[in-house]
Design a protein. Structure first.
Length: 239
């Protein structure tokens, strides 16, 4: 049975970061209840101060998305508090470049797999039983333009993000008889504070804003996007 946005529960991992916060703002405006994870304490403090949501609409918790048990526990707690889960947005990720495959050490490779692929895998896997129980669901994961363009010097990242796209397509096939969709977005560079700090001299005029990408994610989690399943959606604008 479908529900109105005010009755739906959305989980957003990495919800206090640049893109995550823009997605959360969309869900807050439409009345969703929210389970949000964070890692950086300062981001969480700012998040709580600015949103000022009560316990009846928000669970905000420090969760390592690369820890499967922690993610399972978080999903169970959100579902128990709010009566289910309908939407899961796996937004945790990170970039590291500067190495060709031959020069990529095990630590860098594992870090990219952990941050990007394992975090998405564990989030999706933990959410699925609750979406099945709800009878309606939407999942969005974050791939990358690099999963297809595969630029040199960041092989570990490219591989991890290609895995995220494969994850979305695989789960979409597994759920094709249910009213649950799984899609990936493909950003390149996003105009966030972190990007500007890392690339202070870049031209940002054509970089998509977090709120622009959040609008696409909101659509993918809506009733109107029911016909989109297992799709990888470019959201890189002119970046």
């Amino acid at each position: 049975m479908t529900k109105t946005p005010q009755e739906r529960v959305a989980v957003v991992t990495g919800g206090t970061g640049g893109l995550g916060r823009a997605v959360v703002d969309r869900f807050v405006a439409s009345g969703h209840k929210l389970g949000v994870t964070y890692i950086v304490p300062d981001e969480a403090t700012k998040f709580e101060d600015e949103l000022n949501l009560g316990d009846d609409r928000l669970i905000l918790r420090r969760v390592d998305a690369t820890d499967p048990e922690a993610m399972n526990d978080f999903m169970k707690d959100v579902a128990a508090r709010f009566g289910g889960i309908h939407i899961a947005c796996a937004l945790v990720g990170g970039w590291a470049g500067g190495r060709d495959i031959e020069e990529t050490d095990d630590v860098r490779f594992e870090r990219m797999i952990d941050l990007n692929l394992r975090s998405a895998f564990y989030t999706v896997r933990a959410a699925l039983p609750h979406l099945r129980e709800s009878g309606w669901g939407r999942i969005v994961v974050v791939g990358s333009r690099a999963a297809y363009d595969t630029p040199a010097g960041q092989g570990a990242y490219n591989i991890a993000k290609a895995g995220v796209v494969a994850l979305a397509k695989s789960v979409a096939q597994e759920l094709d008889t249910l009213d649950i969709t799984v899609n990936a977005i493909l950003p390149a560079l996003i105009d966030t504070a972190a990007t500007r700090k890392a690339m202070p001299y870049a031209e940002y005029v054509n970089f998509p804003k977090p709120e622009e990408i959040a609008a696409v994610i909101e659509f993918l989690t809506s009733e109107a996007a029911a016909v989109m399943n297992g799709i990888a959606v470019p959201v890189y604008g002119g970046a």
